[in-house]
Design a protein around this ligand. Structure first.
Ligand SMILES: [Zn+2]
Length: 233
């Protein structure tokens, strides 16, 4: 047994890690979600048709989209929702990383990363970042990068608008707010590049579109999209 494995088992013994879905104790080789729960996630399988699927179609004619996929379908109060909830609100830094890594192992087999130059996680506003302490999309990106070795760029786009809860706003107001929510800072770093934009959950695709539109200002940019969850309307 190596030192790393020994320490892992020691920590597991002292403070057992639990599956974030069923709360049973994780085995040493399991990360964040147990094997049983992983097996039962409502996978989209969109990576097998990454050019044309309901998520990719959300972006057609809006941005220069290449491929798009999400790991699983996300609906509030579903079992899979625990993953997102713990990741965002319970400081589950490992969850984003582990799920990103797990996703990348699958996607790689289907050549999803072919031709992609870098990863850009959808940024949070400074205010939100301060409150939460971390950007969960960045954690997912780190997990993806641990498998693909693609560089993560966090200084190319910034989220600028005051990002209060938007639940009280109309659909139209939300769209208008989003339009100015992102600012391009180092266009020279992404000109001519194929970028993987990473978000935690995608519903209408409006946030990713707003972010990608700004990236496209750098010129000759191709966009692919990955999210953990997809809420299909
Ligand atoms: Zn479980």
């Amino acid at each position: 047994m190596g030192l790393r494995e020994f320490l892992r088992r020691l920590f597991d013994f002292l403070a057992p890690r639990l599956c974030c879905i069923c709360q049973t104790r994780l085995d040493a080789h399991e990360n964040s979600v147990c094997e049983d729960c992983l097996r039962n996630l409502p996978y989209t399988m969109y990576h097998t048709k990454a050019l044309n699927n309901p998520l990719a179609r959300l972006f057609w004619k809006r941005i220069n989209i290449e491929r798009a996929t999400a790991l699983f379908f996300y609906y509030p109060r579903s079992e899979a929702a625990n993953i997102i909830y713990d990741m965002k609100y319970h400081g589950g830094r490992d969850i984003g990383y582990d799920m990103g890594r797990y996703s990348a192992l699958w996607l790689e087999k289907h050549h999803f990363f072919e031709g992609i130059d870098c990863i850009i996680p959808v940024p949070l506003s400074r205010k939100r970042l301060r409150k939460r302490g971390y950007n969960q999309s960045e954690d997912i990106a780190e997990g993806l990068s641990s498998v693909t070795h693609l560089p993560i760029l966090t200084d190319v786009v910034r989220r600028v608008t005051f990002h209060e809860s938007q639940t009280h706003l109309s659909h139209f107001q939300r769209q208008e707010n989003l339009k100015d929510a992102f600012q391009l800072r180092h266009p020279e770093k992404i000109t001519d590049k194929h970028i993987l934009v990473v978000d935690d959950v995608i519903t209408s695709g409006a946030t990713v579109c707003a972010c990608a539109s700004v990236l496209e200002k750098a010129g000759e940019v191709k966009i692919s999209v990955f999210a953990l969850g997809f809420t299909q309307d």
